[in-house]
Design a protein around this ligand. Structure first.
Ligand SMILES: Nc1ncnc2c1ncn2[C@@H]1O[C@H](COP(=O)(O)OP(=O)(O)OP(=O)(O)O)[C@@H](O)[C@H]1O
Length: 803
């Protein structure tokens, strides 16, 4: 708002406030008309009255006295009684006065003209005086008006200033208003936009509302239907409650049955051992039967050979007989011919005899001929006789060989029936062996399940030359309780202050236990891989505690070889023995290491491939693990695997730590996939054997790590602690198990997650320097031992089911 600059108390005069506009009384003028009818501001009334008082007086006089017909009423009389009296005339009257012509009675009436002239002069004088008076008034009026003009100008200036102030004030207000207007326009635009959005959303809402109405209608229908369903459900609930009651009863009966089964399980364990014995008896019988079968087979082969020999002989005899018969036939034919000739000769002779007239010479010749023919005949008869005897002899021979053949045939039939009988017996015993094998597997699995599917074996390595007290025979920090229930299962760690930590595992192997004995304990588990299970064995422990010795050992030394070579030898051997039962196996081996959280292919033909390729781990729904691009090698015998292990050993990340000359700085995973097909039963099995040598767990301070070694150690510790987290989560039955926290745990997910038979070796050192590491390892192993993972599934199927 603009502030008035006027002094306080003075009336505000604003051009916009006409009502308040005041004019001071001294400046008040009357607006009137001048003598020329021009509109002028009148001077104060008093002075005007003085100027016109004479004129007014004359007017009054002229009205009262004679009236001049030339003068119009209200106008100054053109004739005055006194010369000094000013006459006020209008412009037209003055014009008329000036144009007035002196008229006489005639052209020479100078007197009359002069009188008129006098009169005219008087009028002119009076008019001049009037004009002078008017001029004086005008001058006064002009001065007054000029003063007033000055006053007005001043006022106008003031008003102008005021107006300017007001204008700037207004302009400011206007800019403000414009800004406000812009702002409001923006707001309006925004509101318009919002309005549009709201309108469209409103339309959408309307549509939704309509849809909702429809939905409500549908829901109402549904609710009615549900109401009906509810009623029927209530009835069902009642019947289900009834069923539930019955099920509860059934459950109680099942519980009793269960407890009975548990007692049965105990007896089953006994049956297993009995069956094992029975199996060995059967196996012995089977081998003796197999021996018998071989002898009989030999006899049969001999019989078959002699039968073949006899048949061959018989055939040659038949051929010979046919030859003899043909010869005989030919001789008989010749004989008949000769007989016919003889008869013809005899007839001719008779005719000659009859004909006496024939010459003696001819007769003699005929006699000679006859004699020769007779000789010939006799010799032929002899020949026939000998041929006949030969034929008889061959017939006899043939008969004999036919008899022999019959005898052989009979013997062959007898032997065949014996062989059939033996085969039947063999099949029976094989069936029993198979059944026994099946029962063994079943019972073995039951035992494993009862033991828990993740089992922990603890192995203590012997003191090594570098260990404390190697030569001094110090009391070890590890003790083995000898109470019956803890023998071979309990271990106690004694700390410096004499504090004891007791642990129990599925098995505890002391330092004196040999590789062979360790393997004996796990051979059944290895067998499970051939039965179609996923088996996972891993070794955990501090650096230098004997993990590699347990898992690999020295593969070329019979006493020193570890779990991996022994397992593969067993698998190949068992797969071959299962060949007799119709099983055909295929094995594929792969080896990888996890080094600094990166997977490396240890069997890659090209060494750069082993490290450059990005290997990713994937699990399918059946719990099968697949590592992309990993080299997989088909193996058929241990020798091939041995070569692969040598190839892998060259690629492994091995570094020297302060604690172990040849320390494994990575987790090494050996995997054998086993696929078996029984052609006679059309059964398939798919087992997996994972054998893992974990990198050594160690504290940074102890391992003397720095630089790359430090990085390795940190990666190893991170993955092992992830393994611990996973195991704790499983043990606590947590909903989320953090398998993905490390490559190792993600790779082992199916083994740890319940679809596998898992065994952990916790390797510990008896060295007193390693007590705290040993305690950590034992605590970790105890946690693993407390884990209950799910029931492993055997991956087996019948091929027929595909048909
Ligand atoms: N049971 C055992 N009997 C005899 N010697 C053993 C036994 N266990 C381990 N050793 C010896 O101890 C040393 C260290 O063992 P090994 O290399 O197996 O340890 P590790 O736990 O695999 O170590 P890292 O984690 O550093 O690889 C080796 O010389 C090994 O021969």
């Amino acid at each position: 708002m603009m502030q008035s600059t006027r002094p306080p108390g003075s009336a505000r005069r604003s051009p916009f406030n006409k009502e308040n506009r005041e004019v001071p009384m001294d400046k008040k003028r009357k607006i009137g008309r001048d003598i020329f009818g021009v509109r002028v501001m009148s001077e104060p009334r008093i002075r005007v009255r003085q100027a016109f008082s004479a004129i007014n007086l004359r007017q009054e006089v002229s009205q009262n006295n004679d009236r001049d017909p030339s003068v119009t009423p209200g106008r100054l009389p053109s004739r005055t009684c006194e010369d000094c009296t000013p006459t006020m005339l209008t412009k037209d009257e003055i014009e008329a006065l000036l144009n007035m012509k002196m008229k006489g009675k005639n052209k020479f009436d100078f007197k009359g003209k002069s009188e008129q002239m006098m009169d005219y002069i008087k009028k002119l004088r009076s008019c001049i005086r009037g004009l002078q008076a008017a001029e004086a008034i005008f001058a006064a009026q002009k001065a007054q008006l000029q003063a007033q003009l000055l006053e007005d100008k001043r006022e106008h200036k003031q008003a102008e200033e005021l107006f300017k102030n007001k204008q700037s004030e207004l302009e400011q207000q206007l800019t403000e208003l414009r800004q406000m207007c812009d702002m409001l326009e923006n707001r309006l635009q925004q509101s318009e936009d919002e309005k549009e959005v709201l309108l469209s959303s409103h339309e959408q809402d309307m549509l939704d509302l309509q849809a909702a109405h429809k939905e409500i209608g549908r829901l109402v229908e549904l609710s009615e239907a549900y109401q009906k369903d509810l009623e029927s459900a209530t009835q069902q609930v009642a019947s289900l409650q009834d069923i539930n009651k019955r099920l509860q009863e059934y459950n109680t009966s099942l519980q009793t049955y269960n407890s009975k089964l548990q007692t049965d399980a105990a007896t089953s364990a006994e049956t297993v051992s009995k069956l094992q014995k029975e199996k060995s008896v059967i196996m012995e019988t089977l081998s003796s039967l197999r021996g018998n079968q071989a002898a009989l087979q030999e006899q049969l082969n001999l019989a078959k050979a002699s039968v073949l020999e006899a048949a061959r002989e018989r055939n040659s005899l038949i051929v010979e007989e046919e030859k003899v018969r043909a010869e005989l036939q030919r001789t008989l034919d010749t004989m008949n011919q000769r007989a016919e000739e003889l008869e013809a000769l005899a007839a001719e002779n008779a005719r000659y005899k009859e004909c006496t007239g024939k010459s003696v010479k001819e007769l003699e010749m005929l006699n000679v001929k006859t004699a020769a023919l007779e000789v010939n005949y006799a010799s032929q008869a002899e020949e026939i006789m000998s041929l006949r005897s030969q034929l008889e002899a061959s017939n006899l021979k043939l008969q004999a060989s036919e008899n022999m053949l019959m005898q052989y045939k009979n013997e062959g039939v007898e032997k065949k029936s014996v062989i059939e009988e033996l085969r039947r017996k063999l099949a029976e015993s094989e069936l029993r062996v198979n059944e026994g094998e099946l029962l063994r597997r079943k019972l073995h699995n039951t035992i494993l399940e009862l033991k828990g599917n993740i089992r922990v074996f603890c192995r203590v390595r012997p003191l090594l030359p570098d260990d404390d007290g190697y030569n001094m025979g110090e009391v070890s920090v590890l003790q083995y309780p000898n109470s019956t229930e803890l023998i071979g299962r309990g271990i106690e760690l004694v700390q410096f202050q004499g504090q004891k930590h007791a642990f129990t595992f599925d098995r505890v192997f002391g330092p004196e236990v040999k590789q062979e004995d360790v393997f004996e304990e796990i051979s059944q588990l290895i067998q499970s891989a051939l039965d179609g299970y996923k088996v996972c064995i891993f070794a955990y422990g501090q650096t230098g505690s004997g993990k590699t010795h347990t898992m690999l050992g020295n593969p070329d030394n019979d006493d020193q070889k570890g779990v991996i070579p022994r397992s593969l030898e067993q698998i190949f051997k068992a797969s071959q023995s299962l060949n007799d039962q119709g099983w055909r196996f295929q094995m594929q081996a792969s080896m990888l290491e996890i080094y600094n959280e990166t997977i490396r292919d240890l069997l890659a033909p090209n060494k750069t491939d082993a490290t450059v390729k990005q290997f990713s781990v994937k699990h399918d729904n059946n719990g099968n693990t697949n590592v992309s691009d990993l080299t997989v090698v088909e193996v058929t015998k241990w020798k091939e695997v041995s070569l692969l292990l040598q190839r892998a050993a060259q690629s492994r990340a091995v570094g020297k730590t302060a604690m172990n000359e040849q320390s494994s700085r990575s987790h090494c995973v050996f995997t054998l996939r086993i696929s078996g097909l029984n052609e006679s039963t059309e059964q398939e099995v798919h087992g997996v054997l994972n054998l893992i040598d974990l990198a050594g767990s160690e504290r940074l301070s102890r391992s003397g790590s720095s630089g790359d070694r430090l990085k390795e150690t940190q990666a190893i510790n991170k993955s092992l602690s992830s393994l611990g987290d996973v195991i704790v989560a499983i043990a606590n039955k947590e909903q989320h198990v953090p398998y993905r926290n490390s490559k190792l745990t993600y790779l082992l997910q199916p083994c740890l997650g319940g679809n596998s038979k898992t065994l952990m070796f916790v390797n510990i050192s008896p060295d007193s320097k390693s007590v705290s590491e040993t305690l950590c390892s034992l605590r970790f192993a105890a946690k693993v031992n407390a884990c209950e993972i799910g029931v492993p599934r055997r991956n087996t199927q019948s091929r027929l089911s595909y048909c």
